[in-house]
Ligand binder design. Sequence first.
Ligand code: CDP
Length: 218
Amino acid sequence: MNPVIIAIDGEASTGKSTQAKKIAEKFDYNYRDSGAYYRAITLYLIQNNINSNENINHSILDNIALEQIYKDKKLTIYLNDIDVSEKIRGFKVSVNVSNYAKIPEIRNFVYKQLRKSVKSNSLVIDGRDIGTVVFPDATFKFFLSADPKIRAERRHKQINDKSVKLESIEEEIKSRDNTDSTRKIAPLKKADDAYEIDVTLLTIDQVFEKILHKINSK
Ligand code: CDP
C-alpha cells in the first residue's frame, strides 16, 4: 500500500503542529514539522553570523545535519547532534526565520529532508507549502487560518515568558505571514484542493473532529 501523506498547512500559530501530532497519534503515523527545519537552519546561521542577504550555498548548508525524532508524542529536533527543540522556538529565531525561508537553496535543502522522511512510512507534515509544493499529491490536505489577535494570545500563553509582550508577538506573527505569503518561491497559500478550517472560534478538539470527519469520509 502507498504511504498516506497528510499535509497541514496554514498561517503562523494556528495550531498546525498540535493537530498534526494528534493525527499522527490517532493513526500511528510518523510526524515531521517542516517549520522546525527552517527554524533550526536559522538558528545555525544566526549562531555563525551568516545573514539572510549573504550567498547561502552548499558549502554552508553542508555543515548542517538535521534530525527529527518523534517518539512518545514528543518531537525532538537535533542540529548537528545537539537538541535544539527549545532554542528554535525563541523570539530571535521567530523574527528572523521567514527571511531565511525565502532563500531557494535553504528551501531545497529542507525539501530533500522531507521527501527522504516518507520512504514507505505514512506521514503527517505541517508547514506552509506541503500541499502546494512539497507533496502536491498528498492524500489529505488541510489549511488552517485564524484571526491574528487570537493567534498571538494563544502563542503568548504557550511561550509563558512575561518579558515577551503580546503586541510584539502579534507583530511578529503578522510580519511572518506577510513575508511568507508574498515571497516568490512556495508562498503560503491554500492549495486548491485543501480543506480550510478557520480555527478562530474553535477549540483544539473541535478542529481535530473536523479533520477526522474529513479523513473518515473519504
Ligand atoms: O509554528 P509556527 O506556525 O509559528 O511556524 P513554523 O511552522 O515553526 O514555521 C516557521 C517559519 O518557517 C514560517 O513562518 C516560514 O517562514 C517558514 N516555513 C516555510 O517557509 N515553509 C514551511 N513549509 C514551514 C515553515
